[in-house]
Design a protein around this ligand. Structure first.
Ligand SMILES: [Zn+2]
Length: 159
């Protein structure tokens, strides 16, 4: 699977178009639950977690997946290239979603050397959770941006 996260095989639900194994989807659910339970953790880490997971599970070259990857890349651009706070990143995503017909599929980078959801799941303190979620998002951002810098810059500037 995309993210190279290694789990014992289990049965269970997965997301409709973010392609993952049931175990990976369940691990993501656990990480999200931790963030929803804890206000400060949610504020500091949730944007990173959601964007990282989405761009690490790009799925197939179909409309919804293409749009999903792009809106999360736009958020990551705002977070890491412009140091915007999460609420600004969210606004950028909403703006891009209005232009969904202009978006094209980007061939995903190699994720074999990036962290994955297990890295965040295995953290034991809030501080660590935030730091690892940020590092996860940043390494994915760098993988995508290195591979598609021109295409991403063009789309961001046209916005
Ligand atoms: Zn996965």
């Amino acid at each position: 699977m995309w993210c190279h996260a290694e789990f014992e095989k289990t049965d269970g639900p997965t997301h409709e178009y973010l392609e993952s194994t049931p175990s990976c989807w369940a691990a993501f659910g656990e990480v999200l639950a931790r963030e929803y339970e804890n206000g400060p953790l949610f504020a500091a880490a949730h944007r990173y977690t959601v964007d990282a997971y989405a761009v690490q599970h790009p799925g197939k070259p179909e409309r919804r997946q293409i749009q999903s990857v792009w809106v999360h890349l736009v958020a990551l651009y705002a977070l890491f290239e412009e140091n915007c706070p999460p609420r600004v990143a969210k606004k950028r995503m909403e703006r891009l979603a209005n232009k969904k017909d202009e978006l094209e599929w980007l061939d995903p980078p190699d994720f074999s050397n990036t962290p994955n959801v297990i890295s965040v799941l295995n953290t034991t303190t809030d501080e660590e959770h935030v730091a690892v979620a940020k590092a996860w998002a940043q390494s994915l951002w760098e993988a995508w941006y290195t591979k598609h810098k021109d295409a991403i810059n063009q789309k961001i500037q046209k916005r």
